[in-house]
Design a protein around this ligand. Sequence first.
Ligand SMILES: [Zn+2]
Length: 566
Amino acid sequence: MSAIYTPPPDARQSASLLLLRDGQAGLEVLLLRRAERARDWLSGATVFPGGVLEAGDRAAARFVVGSSDEALSARYGLAGGILDHALAAVRESFEEIGLLLACDASGRAATPGPAWADWRQRLQRREATLADACQALGLHLDLSRFFAWSHWLTPPGTATRFDTRFFVAAAPPGQAAQADQGEATELMWLPPTQALDPQRGYKLFPVTRRTLRELAAFVDVDAALFAAARLPAPIPRVMPRHARTRQGPTIVVPDHLAFAEVCKLDPEGLAHDVMTELVAGQPVRLSPRVLRVTAPNPGVMTGPGTNSYFVGDPPEDRWALIDPGPADPVHLAALQAAAPGPVRWVLATHTHRDHSPGAAAAAAAFGAVVLGRRPQHAKGQDPDFAPTREPMDGECLMLGSASTLRAIHTPGHASNHLCWLLEQEGLLFTGDHVMQGSTVVIDPPDGDMGAYLRSLQALLDEELQWLAPGHGFLVAEPHAVLRALIAHRLAREAKVAAALRARGQASLDEMLPEVYADTPQHLHPVARRSLLAHLLKLREDGRAEDLAQGRWRWIEAAALRPADAT
Ligand SMILES: [Zn+2]
């Protein structure tokens, strides 16, 4: 645990409070809508109560019960200091909405008395501190249902920067929130999904939007507080980034698919020019060794389009092109324009028609050789793929003395699939073995679920920093992503097993609606292929048998031998 956190000097220390209650439609959170006012950065915005720390807040520490500076600070990985933020949140909540997280000396929830309004006004006018109010009213500040939630830092390049700790608390019982007329605000208790509803037209900052999405996952106050109390420490600091779309400037936050990539390319948040869209033909430099050009082939199965990657050794100026994409003269021209140097190798991760058909023309244009494995089956494959050589699993391609690409055979999505690992950066070009934001198709017989899971598992042994998928942005935390993919497939397998087991015998069409109830109807033809892949995997595991006429039968496992149970 580090004892000190040094916030950027231009950021003001602040705190926000997510006050929760159980409403008729489930969890509700308190939001304030500010009036439209000139020269007010909050003008018209819908926000959580909160504000900056005041020097006088700290004196109220002696009135706190139910939590401590040590406990709250530990959640942020700090030895101390966070109670100041918590007290600011408590004070702001009293000032802005009249709710005070307080109890009397015997621990009973405080009930508002006639003096409360006066103290609220004195706090607003900075004529008194929270400690003065507690002293005069004979109250303690009850933080027993008050927890750390998140930590956000406004990115550089914003007029006013805030370093904000978010807390979550159950609204105090027996008190009614009242808007502070001086601030000209409107109070709203809303289910998070309603606050997010575009129909309602609330002006929400990215941090508010993201926080509402987080809260939307909980059915009631207890569930949200339970989760807050168990958040892994330290709660990370999140800094959104100024970035760009084709339309102009934007702000990107963590649940955007581009966020990890934007953070990699703009670590300090000073560049402001990283794109949050994959624009066909527009090269993106991902590292000194890696440049991406997306093909103009977006679609249901290709997402934003196929990514072609130049990978090289800048000092020796020797480059490879991974996945030339479709045979499209427009894309080839974009690749030629973007090529960072002489291209010696054209590599195909696999031979689906969105990945390899451009290989021959690219190889001819660059004077390169083609490396990749020939397809084992005809369906959906590029029939013209003619590699100069078929790489072995584990084969290393020396791009230069300080840049090595290692081939990793990863059958599953396709039997001839290769991932390429740029060893010096722990950056894995995943082709379609891992796509960003969607599940890859496993279509038997070339697709093989058992092989797919083994290929994912094998990658867990590699030292990986980033995944560079065939479709999508760079993906951070590769091992967590790989584990999630394995868990997702095993969860689906469990559904298949349960559906077959319940029936004893069944056809694919009998099981499909149950196993893929969460998948949109229009994707069911694709899901049907995945269902078959799962059944073949279960057959491989000795748990299913395919009968005549496309019917399958469940096989109950033999009793485990003691040796298997260890
Ligand atoms: Zn593919």
